[in-house]
Write a protein that binds this ligand. Structure first.
Ligand code: NI
Ligand code: MN
Length: 228
């Protein structure tokens, strides 16, 4: 059974496992590199890592149109409830839950989480997904932290890491993250959306592949990687 991982630009990932579609951090309408329009997005579950607009901008509209369950921290799940979307499941940092498609654990992330309307968004998170015997770590927006090593101890098949710098880890720290996590495969995200986070992703790919044991898969927005 393969798991299809599609990058839609920025931190937005679509993961298809069996007949279930997960959409992580949808940012499409205002994203100059988005692969699809928000009206085209389909999802059974929407995972939200934190409250910043470049992660949550289109989530409410997609959730309401599709009826998808929103999985996030307690504060953001409540925000969806308060805005008329009842189908949510709140978790919090370090906690996992077994859904019909697999398990989701919220990991630490060093970042902020204020919502666009000024509401308190709790603490930001990343996601550790256990799907079909595979482990996928989507770090979301974060700086480097040493406990990535603990996440790596689980045996990560695929790590999805920001490399854009300024708001998150840049290329140097993201390379150190690969050393801590030791994933089989790494996909870089959260770069080249705007000039402020422009990076030479091919140079980073060469460094990953020469300086670590990981394979680096570089996607264009809209491209997929089959994890098997
Ligand atoms: Ni952010
Ligand atoms: Mn961001």
């Amino acid at each position: 059974m393969s798991i299809k991982v599609t990058w839609l630009g920025h931190a937005t990932m679509m993961i298809d496992v069996h007949k279930t579609r997960l959409l992580i951090d949808p940012y499409l309408a205002d994203n100059p590199k988005a692969a699809i329009r928000p009206e085209e997005a389909q999802a059974d579950y929407i995972l939200i890592s934190h409250g910043h607009s470049d992660h949550i901008a289109d989530a409410l509209a997609i959730a309401q149109r599709t009826g998808a369950m929103v999985i996030s921290n307690f504060e953001i799940a409540n925000w969806f409830n308060a805005h008329g979307h009842e189908n949510t499941h709140a978790q919090h940092l370090g906690g996992g839950f077994n859904y019909p498609f697999g398990r989701v654990k919220l990991t630490l992330a060093l970042h902020g989480s204020g919502l666009p309307d000024g509401s308190y968004g709790g603490n930001p998170c990343g996601f550790l997904l256990y799907l079909e015997g595979k482990k996928i770590y989507h770090a979301a927006d974060t700086g480097l932290f040493g406990d990535m090593r603990l996440i790596g101890e689980e045996g990560i098949d695929l790590a999805i890491l920001p490399i854009g710098d300024n708001y998150t880890m840049g290329p140097d720290d993201a390379l150190r993250a690969v050393r801590l996590i030791e994933p089989r495969v790494v996909i870089p995200i959260h770069y080249n959306t705007w000039d402020l986070i422009a990076q030479d992703v091919r140079a980073w790919q060469r460094r990953v592949e020469s300086e670590t044991q990981a394979r680096c898969v570089v996607l264009d927005p809209g491209q997929s990687y089959e994890l098997s």
